[in-house]
Design a protein around this ligand. Structure first.
Ligand code: AMP
Length: 215
């Protein structure tokens, strides 16, 4: 099964993709995660991408396409994958089709995670990662006990470099301008499913699984 996750930053693509990865052994392929790892490892690619990411702009198609090709060629992606954060514009979507055609594959479903703007802002400005456990939390939505547990484990609540308010606004604008046209793109190809992505995370997961045809 090959799934593309669509949705604004903060719409919960990563959270839901991770869960599906665990339950169905489908690798979550997140270009944002791959890029953040390259930045942390200070690879030449990471050093090149950092300023663009901090500004909330898109990294060049060439860079992300190279990463995607390498990742999708790995054995664990043969059975399928969940693309999270790629494609991000029409050119990337066309390139993805070409890469998959070479492998004799195609996308089965594009899932749009639908969330209101106000909720997106809170999710993004409040998002923190526990430095010890790696758990993603939110200062507005997580239970106080969960936030406390990170500190008790000896961790700190760290904010992503691109989760500050100025960058967030830009990321949302970039999404509207460059990524939202993909909704139409996949709709026209009869691949689009829309998931109401607010409310309890377990309910969203149930709707998400139904959208991709899983129990
Ligand atoms: P994300 O974690 O998906 O929100 O991605 C974080 C940042 O990485 C984005 O704001 C972009 O700067 C960059 N990025 C991630 N995926 C892509 C992509 N497919 N194309 C271009 N830039 C990307």
């Amino acid at each position: 099964m090959r799934i593309v996750m669509l949705g604004a930053p903060g719409s919960g693509k990563g959270t839901q993709a991770q869960r599906l990865q665990q339950d169905h052994q489908l690798p979550q392929v997140s270009t944002g995660d791959l890029l953040r790892r390259a930045v942390a490892d200070k690879t030449p690619l990471g050093l090149k991408a950092k300023a663009t990411m901090d500004a909330g702009e898109l990294v060049s198609d060439e860079i992300v396409l190279g990463m995607i090709k390498e990742r999708l060629a790995k054995p664990d992606a043969k059975r399928g994958f969940i693309l999270d954060g790629f494609p991000r514009n029409l050119a990337q979507a066309d390139s993805l089709n070409a890469v998959l055609a070479e492998l004799g594959q195609k996308i089965d479903t594009a899932v749009l995670m639908d969330v209101d703007f106000e909720i997106l802002m809170k999710r993004l400005t409040g998002r923190r990662t526990c430095s010890k456990t790696g758990q993603v939390l939110n200062i507005y939505f997580s239970a106080p006990a969960e936030l406390e547990a990170c500190k008790k484990a000896g961790g700190e609540l760290v904010q992503r470099d691109d989760d500050n308010e100025t960058t967030i606004r830009n990321r949302l604008q970039v999404y509207e301008r460059q990524t939202a046209p993909l909704i139409d793109y996949y709709q026209k190809r009869s691949l689009l499913k829309t998931v109401e992505a607010t409310g309890d995370v377990n309910d969203v997961y149930a709707r998400f699984k139904k959208a991709v045809g899983l129990k």
